[in-house]
Design a protein. Structure first.
Length: 165
């Protein structure tokens, strides 16, 4: 499968928002609410898109996924040395491509990108959900710790970019 991952442009803020909102609505429908839809609206994410943090995943000229790739994360990872890690947040795909390996390709892209810019670790956090945690573990991440961040209790995962697999 051929996909292209590229930095979202300011005029694509609505596309990023639509992918995130679709994922949020689906999670709500199965009783696993994660994000509040109002925090995914174009106005709420526009600054991060403008600052180059969001990437869109394209398949056959259609945006089918998005992720946020950061160089710092003081909120969920305040205890890691600055400059040692890159961070993934808000990884989401459209339902019609679920189960087709796109999320795994997105993680691989992020792992490769973190390594190429000299970051020892790629880190992420997620809700405490066995299937989601197993997905990250299947994709090379190891559990780092659990942490309460405001109202969220999360599992924190890391991928060592210098591992030879």
């Amino acid at each position: 499968m051929t996909i292209e991952i590229r930095q979202a442009q300011e005029e694509e803020t609505g596309l990023v928002s639509s992918v995130l909102t679709e994922a949020a609505l689906w999670l709500n429908s199965i009783g696993q609410a994660l994000w509040q839809c109002n925090e995914l609206e174009p106005d709420s994410i526009a600054g991060d898109v403008r600052n180059g943090l969001y990437y869109l995943v394209w398949r056959n000229e259609e945006a089918v996924g998005t992720l946020k790739f950061q160089m710092e994360d003081d909120l969920f990872w305040p205890d890691v040395p600055l400059g040692s890690s890159a961070f993934v947040h808000r990884l989401a795909i459209k339902r019609k491509v679920a189960g087709k390996g796109i999320a795994a390709l997105m993680l691989k892209w992020a792992q490769d990108r973190a390594e190429s810019i000299g970051r020892k670790f790629l880190r992420l956090d997620c809700a405490v959900r066995p299937q989601l945690c197993a997905f990250y573990e299947r994709n090379g991440f190891t559990k780092h710790s659990e942490r309460q961040v405001g109202p969220y209790f999360v599992v924190r995962y890391e991928y060592d970019t210098r591992n030879c697999e």
